[in-house]
Design a protein around this ligand. Structure first.
Ligand SMILES: O=C[C@H](O)COP(=O)(O)O
Length: 232
């Protein structure tokens, strides 16, 4: 079954999505961009909260912020998030620099932290960077959207290309995730491609992705992921 990655902006939201059955609790500040980062103090508090959950807890991930594609900058940001104890660190591959050099620069960190490279459907997905991420020791790859006002994943990327992304990544042993202004209606069509996770923020909130996360919305998405055909 495809799992639920739920992006949260506060400790209170962490508890809501944990109670709602999220498989990955993803620490992200949506007001700061597509991959907006929490402050280090907040990350440390979130790690402490996550550890207090004990056995059976969902996984914990965090984003490093929308960083320019400069290897030193990206490495520093990823190391600073990893240093807080977050076990899964997500970083975006933007179109403004040398993403391949950034992936290579992260190789030492990938030996001690599980890294997820996030591609952006609306910036153009460079398929050749999927094996580059695997070669650098990354744990997984996702596709998301960078411009949250410009349509969801399925408006910005053809189904065939989404399918090819998942298959290419899986063939390299990478964990796979799909996100990008997804709604419950996107679950059945995307579940067909059997990604490991679908990621959500906006659909979980009253008032859009910078609004208030609502338990009822989490329940709707969780149920649709359990029975995608019934939800179609
Ligand atoms: O990683 C998943 C994202 O937080 C999805 O955010 P979104 O549903 O608002 O595009």
């Amino acid at each position: 079954m495809t799992g639920l990655l739920a992006s949260v902006a506060t400790l209170g939201e962490m508890e809501i999505v944990r109670a709602g059955g999220a498989d990955i609790v993803d620490l992200k500040d949506p007001a700061r961009g597509a991959l907006g980062a929490w402050e280090p103090d907040g990350l440390r508090a979130a790690v402490a909260r996550w550890r207090s959950w004990g056995v059976g807890a969902p996984q914990l991930s965090a984003t490093i912020g929308d960083q320019p594609m400069d290897p030193e900058t990206v490495l520093r940001a990823a190391e600073s998030v990893a240093a807080t104890g977050v076990p899964l660190v997500k970083l975006g591959l933007f179109a403004d620099g040398d993403a391949a050099a950034c992936l290579a620069a992260l190789r030492p960190l990938a030996r001690r932290t599980r890294l997820i490279a996030v591609f952006f459907a609306d910036l153009g997905v460079a398929f050749e960077l999927i094996p580059a991420a695997a070669d650098a020791g990354f744990h997984g790859v996702m596709v998301d959207t960078a411009d949250k006002g410009a349509g969801g994943l399925r408006q910005r990327m053809e189904d065939d290309a989404i399918d090819a992304f998942v298959r290419t990544a899986r063939a390299r042993g990478l964990l796979t995730g799909l996100a990008g202004s997804l709604s419950a209606d996107d679950i059945a069509p995307l579940a067909r491609f059997e990604p490991d996770y679908l990621g959500f923020r906006g659909a979980l909130c009253d008032g859009g992705r910078t609004g208030t996360l609502a338990a009822a919305r989490v329940a709707t998405v969780r149920a649709a992921l359990r029975s995608p055909r019934a939800a179609a």
